[in-house]
Every structure is written in structure tokens, then in C-alpha cells.
Design a protein around this ligand. Structure first.
Ligand SMILES: [Zn+2]
Length: 244
């Protein structure tokens, strides 16, 4: 069996092919993004079964203990099933989480996914979850691809999304995650200009941290069709064992 050895962990720059000075040493926090946790596994690369998610939570704890790197769990879209599947599992292991919500589609459906417009959390359930400790960020309004938004339209949507979330839920919203995980450096600056203090993307080979403001977070995408190590881009750890 392969064993985890913190001393064998190479600098972060060796794990991710990022031409960056920001990741020249290991980050203290790694942010993950999940989408849907379902009671059973589905043929959906953005969905994990409850069992696999439970396994991830165990593996994350072992990873943190072995490396000293903390992990932050986020979810995009506000899938209705979150309240019954992921949230109880997160609470059971005292994990915090943030959901990025689309106020233009709350209580409706994921209309941007043609073959699977799954239902989205409504305001009542969101309020209950917020009172129970769930943190909320903005996913803008209606899941429009960033390539279709001018800077002016983006500023309007970003401001409107935050205003509605804050008014409906009685909270302060300071973080935003862009739909589809990608935005340009100019768009990231625009989101910070309207008052967000963190802009979440999804990490990919296209992402060059040197091009983006420091407040941009490249999240690791946790998918149902990939092993945990692969999602975290940790498969280069020769001695990795985060167990089942
Ligand atoms: Zn999304």
C-alpha cells in the first residue's frame, strides 16, 4: 500500500504546471468546488454519490493532517438536493461550506443544462441552511457564460446578485464564483471593483495566476468521473495514501 509522507511533498509549483510565483511554495489553503451530491451515483460527471462524498471528507481530513494544508469546500449552483445529501454529511464532520447561488434562478431549475435541468434550492430552504451555518456567495444571476457578458453587463449582474442575496437572506455577501469557472483578468477586476473580496474560478491549464489579481481563487473541481487524487491534482505524490 502506498503511504502518505508529508516530507515527500514537493513544492506546489511541481504539482501544478503553473508558471507562477504565487504558488512557488505550497498554499496554506486549497479551495475545492463541488456541484451535486446525489443519494446514488448518476451518469453525471458533476455529481458524486453520498458514499463517495463521505469518502472525500475522510480523505480531506487525512490530507490536511499529513500536509498542514487546510481545505475549503465550496459548491456551485445551489442544487435542491444539497440540503438532504451534502449538508448533513458536512455537519456530521463539522465542515464549513459555501454555496454560490444564482438569485435569478432560486426556486427554479438549472435551465442552462438542457438534458438535466435539476431543481434549485428555494429561498425558504436557503434561509434555513444559512441559519444552520451555511455560507453564501454569489454565482451571478442566471448562469450566463462570462464570454457573453460585457464589463458593463457583468458589473450590473454582479451588483444585482449581491443585493438580492443580501436582502433575501439577511447576510453579507463578499465572495463570487463565476459560472463555468472561467473569467478574463479584466472581468475579475470588474468583480472586485463592485465590492467582492474574492473571485472564485475553476483551476485549469489556461489559468496563469500572474495575469490575475491576488483575490482570485483557482478552485480544484471535484468530479464524479475522477478519483479524489486526480481531482486535487495530487497524483504526482509518489507516496500518497489518503485511503478509501
Ligand atoms: Zn455553475
Amino acid at each position: 500500500m502506498l503511504r502518505f509522507c508529508a516530507k515527500s511533498i514537493p513544492p506546489w509549483s511541481m504539482q501544478l504546471p503553473i508558471p507562477s510565483t504565487r504558488f512557488d511554495s505550497m498554499p496554506r489553503t486549497l479551495t475545492l468546488v463541488y456541484h451535486r451530491i446525489l443519494p446514488t451515483q448518476a451518469k453525471d460527471r458533476f455529481a458524486l454519490s453520498s458514499n463517495v462524498f463521505t469518502q472525500h471528507l475522510r480523505q480531506l481530513t487525512r490530507f490536511e493532517q499529513a500536509t498542514g494544508i487546510s481545505t475549503r469546500i465550496t459548491f456551485d449552483d445551489g442544487c435542491q438536493g444539497f440540503a438532504d445529501t451534502a449538508w448533513p454529511l458536512l455537519k456530521a464532520c463539522r465542515r464549513e461550506a459555501m454555496q454560490f447561488i444564482l438569485p435569478g434562478l432560486v426556486g427554479q431549475a438549472a435551465t442552462w443544462i438542457e438534458n438535466n435541468p435539476f431543481p434549485l434550492l428555494n429561498w425558504g430552504t436557503l434561509k434555513v441552511l444559512v441559519d444552520d451555518g451555511l455560507r453564501i456567495g454569489s454565482h451571478l444571476m442566471g448562469h450566463t457564460h462570462m464570454k457573453r457578458l460585457s464589463l458593463k453587463a457583468l458589473r450590473y449582474e454582479a451588483d444585482r446578485s449581491r443585493t438580492i442575496l443580501q436582502a433575501q437572506l439577511g447576510i453579507e455577501v463578499q465572495e463570487v464564483a463565476v459560472p463555468y469557472g472561467y473569467c478574463s483578468p479584466d472581468q475579475a477586476h470588474a468583480l472586485l471593483d463592485v465590492g467582492y473580496n474574492r473571485v472564485h474560478l475553476v483551476y485549469g491549464p489556461w489559468f496563469n495566476p500572474a495575469d490575475y489579481p491576488e483575490e482570485v481563487i483557482p478552485r480544484m473541481e471535484m468530479r464524479g468521473d475522477r478519483r479524489f487524487e486526480h481531482c486535487l491534482n495530487l497524483n504526482q505524490f509518489a507516496t500518497l495514501d489518503i485511503g478509501p
